[in-house]
Ligand binder design. Structure first.
Ligand SMILES: Cc1ncc(COP(=O)(O)O)c(C=O)c1O
Length: 405
């Protein structure tokens, strides 16, 4: 599968958006879906549908096998040791809530500390904030530097004897900073502190190897990985899944239920209560196969070239101020435009079919730190090409003309 010609695999690009060709630059928010993934959902519902893990009839067994096949595909994609270290959730948000809730319940008490960074998405802050309220734990934030980066020194400075867990992003959805997560994990482990990585922006763009990385938890958002909505993944080391209590109770996660008490099922069922997002899981298997066919190394190279090109183009435009200049940068271009509010930028660009995101991108702490209420963000995916960034620049010029004359 040739990455330079990949747009044709995505049916959305066959349609006009308000009479324009779609220039989709909002993949950090959610990616578009390849035809294969859309077809897989249709086929499952029309030819193969059954709930999984319950009945023994033909369709139920076949659906269960398909569901479990995706677990193996994910395990292989991220090189986890065991397929039972892959837990399906309704999103990365739920994956992080699962860890915060169960880890907090079992291991945290008043005065303990959780270390986050100033780059974190609300999904990797609010669940920990609940523990501040319920358990009286404290939250520390490793500061960003002037480049919008978090260094190992900034992390080290904030680790104390009370630090019980470190929860950090792999790749910032605003500055694009790729954190030195391997060094951070090694440092944390040398002090016996587990690490959760919010991998929402890392997983679609970077090669992952859980065994090499040795992180304790890694949260993935499937809808940003060319997969369906309503689905996320929690990778967790087996020892944690064994030690942590269940997150939600219900069917499918139990071994035996008596009036006197309940025992829980094997991994990963213990963490998959109720009817799961069956069609989404099965279709996500196609997303993984799609990514495998292109090859993550080719994706990294393609997106790096495009990001560099985008930065070059935007830097030539004197009214554009790029946000962050991290040492290692992912395919996120956040910016402000002199004299124009981010929401106005997004609205004007939309008239030309250029879809970007404007706002705080669920990172209010970071925007407060930057002294900004909102930024505009163009974020890339496999289907983007240089012409998309040229179009972005043209529309920005139009925007400047409208607002600044
Ligand atoms: C860095 C980061 N963390 C967490 C999330 C939440 O992911 P989900 O939509 O799968 O819950 C997002 C999504 O925008 C994100 O960008």
């Amino acid at each position: 599968m040739n990455i330079d010609n990949i747009k044709k695999e995505f049916p959305i690009f066959n349609n006009k958006v308000q009479n324009n060709d779609l220039v989709y630059l909002d993949s950090a928010n959610s990616s578009q879906k390849p035809q294969l993934v859309v077809d897989r959902i249709y086929d499952f519902y029309t030819k193969e549908f059954s709930n999984v893990g319950r009945s023994v009839h033909y369709l139920a067994v076949a659906a269960t096998n398909l569901y479990e096949n995706t677990r193996v595909l994910v395990q292989q994609y991220i090189n986890a040791k065991d397929k039972n270290e892959i837990v399906f959730t309704k999103g990365a948000t739920e994956a992080i809530n699962l860890v915060a809730n169960t880890f907090g319940q079992k291991f945290l008490s008043k005065g303990d500390e959780i270390l986050l960074t100033e780059l974190e998405h609300h999904s990797n802050y609010v669940p920990w904030h609940y523990l501040r309220q319920s358990k009286g734990v404290n939250i520390r934030f490793a500061e960003i530097n002037e480049n919008g980066d978090v260094t190992i020194e900034s992390i080290e400075k904030n680790i104390t004897k009370k630090t019980k867990i470190i929860a950090i992003t792999h790749l910032s959805n605003v500055t694009g900073a790729i954190l030195p997560i391997k060094e951070i994990i090694d440092l944390a482990h040398s002090k016996n502190i587990p690490v959760l990585i919010d991998g929402c922006q890392g997983a679609p763009h970077l090669k992952l190897d859980m065994q090499e990385l040795d992180c304790d938890f890694y949260a993935i958002s499937c809808h940003k990985m060319y997969g369906p909505t309503g689905l996320g993944i929690l990778y967790a080391k087996k020892k944690w899944l064994e030690e942590l209590p269940p997150y939600q109770g219900g069917g499918g996660m139990i071994r035996e239920v008596k009036k006197e008490g309940i025992t829980y099922g094997d991994l990963p069922n213990k963490f998959e209560a109720g009817t799961m997002a069956t069609a989404q899981v099965i279709a996500f298997g196609e997303s993984i196969k799609f990514l495998n066919k292109i090859g993550i190394k080719n994706i990294e190279k393609h997106e790096k070239n495009l990001t560099m090109y985008g930065e070059e183009v935007l830097r030539k435009n004197n009214s554009v101020k790029l946000i962050g200049n991290p040492k290692n940068k992912g395919s996120v271009l956040s910016f402000t435009l002199d004299g124009v509010h981010a929401h106005d930028i997004a609205t004007i660009l939309d008239e030309d079919g250029v879809a970007i995101r404007a706002g705080h991108h669920c990172c209010q702490i970071l925007h407060d730190k930057l002294g900004l209420s909102a930024t505009a963000r163009a974020s890339l995916g496999v289907y983007n090409v240089k012409e998309d960034l040229d179009k972005l620049n043209e529309s920005l010029k139009k925007c400047i003309k409208i607002f600044n004359g």
